[in-house]
Design a protein around this ligand. Sequence first.
Ligand SMILES: [Zn+2]
Length: 431
Amino acid sequence: MKTDSGKTLITNGVLIDGTGVDPILDGCLLIEDGRIAFAGSVLEKPEAPEDIETIDAGGGTIMPGLVEAHFHATYFNIRTLEDLDIKYPVEYVSLLASVNCKLALECGYTAARSGGCLFNVDVWLRKAIDADLIPGPRLSPSGREICSAGGLMDWNPEFRKIGMEGLVFIVNGQEDARRAVRALVKDGVEWVKTYPTGDAAAPDVNDHHTLCMTFEEMDAVVKTAHNHGMKVTGHCRATEGIKNALRAGYDTLEHGTFMDDEAMDMLLERDVPVIPALYFEKASVIHGPEFGLPQAVIDGHQETLDGGAESALRILREGGRLGMGGDYGFGWNPHGDYAKELTYFTEEVGFTPLETIKCATKTGAEIAGMAGEIGTLEKGKLADVLVVDGDVIADISILEDRGNIQAVLQGGVLKAGRLAPRQETSVTVDG
Ligand SMILES: [Zn+2]
């Protein structure tokens, strides 16, 4: 991805640097050749040329670009999980995914860590984004997921004779698990996404307290992936599944829903980041009836939401790390709504706005493996920056409306927002 050349000054805004420290009320940001040269009070700003390109934040907020830490580029706002692997061919899924990437950038998400992707689309999206062919977040891809036979993602009855090649590797035992990871090595993913546990979405045989992989399978995934320098994450709701993932050496946990004291101790001991992805649960409870979700599913999502919120607050208060990502890409939780996750954590879980923003920026960059380059507004880092109307600390829900975003910069290049040269997309991707 190209970086800007020359100098840009962003001034007249409250500066939030993403590290969690108090905002600087008279903040300004000086960018040189795409990197941050200064972030701080305008009173301490180094000399800059008179004719420097300037963005006047108009008293709004200057902050790091957001990181979606559980991004499904290829989930095309599906109405049922079954749509994922059979509704559209990879050609059309790829096109939809590129629109989702453009949308994410316009919403202020300058980076994303994939939480699972149909086919191998996100690996190639990353290539196209890095080559500036299409706009989108800097991507850490995961490609196809791994789940054991009969588990959450293996829903097609045998008589249909339908495989799940595009979405998941269905594995039986350690050999299969190793074979799947070895295929992903060749695909070029950074993350291996697995399904250690079930979910409220499948109340009959794979609910949120069910294990979907054995420890031995998970251990084989981790050993093979780590051997090849790849990282492993997993959909972990049930307490025993969380512990299995931590024992096996997972690098992050998706959801981390039902934590007991032992799970919490193991998590903090290894400092493993957790991405709760709770807005999906909230949206499932709110919109479930209109999308025809059975009451047992909605009840399970409510239990997941309550358990997940309690665990997330406890992890934060006890010094753990959390990323923000909301599992967007379902009909009732569509792409574009990403920042609802931030509002939910601030207004309903009990995070302060600065804590939520730190999770969505600094910790997100750590999860995506990009902490050396992005995630905070600190000297030397790439200028992935948002300029937003209004005081985000006073009302974090400002971020939900992309009409409030003046500028989205990546490496100092103005890519989206009102000030960007090109028009925003008005397309709503609907599966
Ligand atoms: Zn997900």
